[in-house]
Design a binder for this molecule. Sequence first.
Ligand code: NAD
Length: 479
Amino acid sequence: MKILNYINGEYVEPLSKKWLDNYNPSNGEVYSQIANSNQEDIENAYLAAKEAFPKWSNTTIDERSRILLKIADLIEEKLVDLAEAEAKDNGKPLSLALAVDIPRASANFRFFGNAITQFSSEAHESIGLNTINFTLRQPLGVVGCISPWNLPLYLFTWKIAPAIAAGNTVVAKPSEITPLTAFLLGEICTEAGLPKGVLNIVHGTGPSAGQAIVEHKNIKAISFTGGTKTGENIARTAAPMFKKLSLELGGKNPNLIFADCDYDKMLEVTVRSSFANQGQICLCGSRIFVEKPIFEKFKKDFVDKVKQLKIGNPFDAETNIGALVSKPHLEKVESYIKLAEKEGGKILCGGKRVTVKGFEKGYYLEPTVIEVFDDQCRVNQEEIFGPVVTIMPFETDEEALQMANSVKYGLSSTLWTSDLNRTMRISKEIEAGIVWVNTWLNRDLRTPFGGMKDSGVGREGGFEALRFFTEAKNVCIKY
Ligand code: NAD
């Protein structure tokens, strides 16, 4: 099987004539070849997008909305095929792809297909001066969208949907580690009647295809989700060209668990927030801080529950934990487990590779809980992005907050407490773009989404995304 580029409404071979192996993480086998596009391929995608822009940017809101809603419907219709593709490409449990990834990809198109009908410009009358100002919100032109491997179609569409809803045309690149569902999205767009060139999907590595998008002098904005180091590189390239930039980067999210919380609910959700998608969600809570009076009880109950999680091949309905996305990633996660021991951490459970019958070469790892004794240790400071969490007790609210904030990241956080005053105080002081209280991964797509500090710049979601993908132009008329 060949994963081709989708340019100007057609599937095409890469001009680079270069290909990459695509692995199935559940059994370690290469099952397809991915186009490894170069600058020429990106130029072709750009030209198609440029050609499509004048017409698409003048297409009525109703028509744009109709097409986006049609794409949403088609994704829903193809739920099972897309979920199977995602599980195969990424190693995540099929049950998760069926319940979360693909429904959310459809929801992204539906949401922005509706949101654009409500997005308006503002008017300001300067009373007494006989002047009226109104603000046009015009599409930028050709924009670039680059996404990671952990929630492949979910995050890819989270960028593309607002970009095209706002009237832009797009050159988009999914992760070369998980390109399959983005490849399938091409034919869905054709079937939905999206005009040729509005969305162009190119495949390939970051340094080759990704870098060419970021460096392209006429691509006006880059919406990127991925690692902090990559974000830094992108900013270094794009900032001197004055491109608009939205960067959604890494995290090391704290879970603050207080003794007055709803314990059973907290325990159940904390297992999920630690290990869903093998811990490979940027919003997973990887640092768990527990108030002293319940620390020992939590430690025991949590470890008991984690040990019950079933590790298995992604297609088994019983599987809670599938395969990690790639061999290098598995090795990176394992290196942190070794480091934890060196740093004086105590492995309370997990830490070892798992051999799954019939899938012996897959990248399986036990969910791992590490008790740490110094919140500054590297395992507690650096993003691991796998099925590994640390736990540590705290005594006061101040201490909890201080530990929560003492990392370079600031993406999301979760509080478990029934105290309203504490909720308000910590929500204001915690350094994170998202604060969940007594819940996790509870998303309303209208809300601003993004991180502080090294977790990124800018916000996605709702009108924030539509503002990002438009240029505000004020028109001032004296009468
Ligand atoms: P990554 O940074 O390695 O790659 C992300 C994308 O960028 C891929 O498509 C890759 O090919 C491309 N890329 C790499 N180098 C590039 C370059 N020089 N120029 C342009 N593009 C380039 O990240 P990853 O390993 O795919 O994903 C994991 C990371 O993503 C984690 O750090 C995770 O926290 C983060 N993430 C963040 C969010 C969020 O919303 N903040 C969501 C999901 C994942």
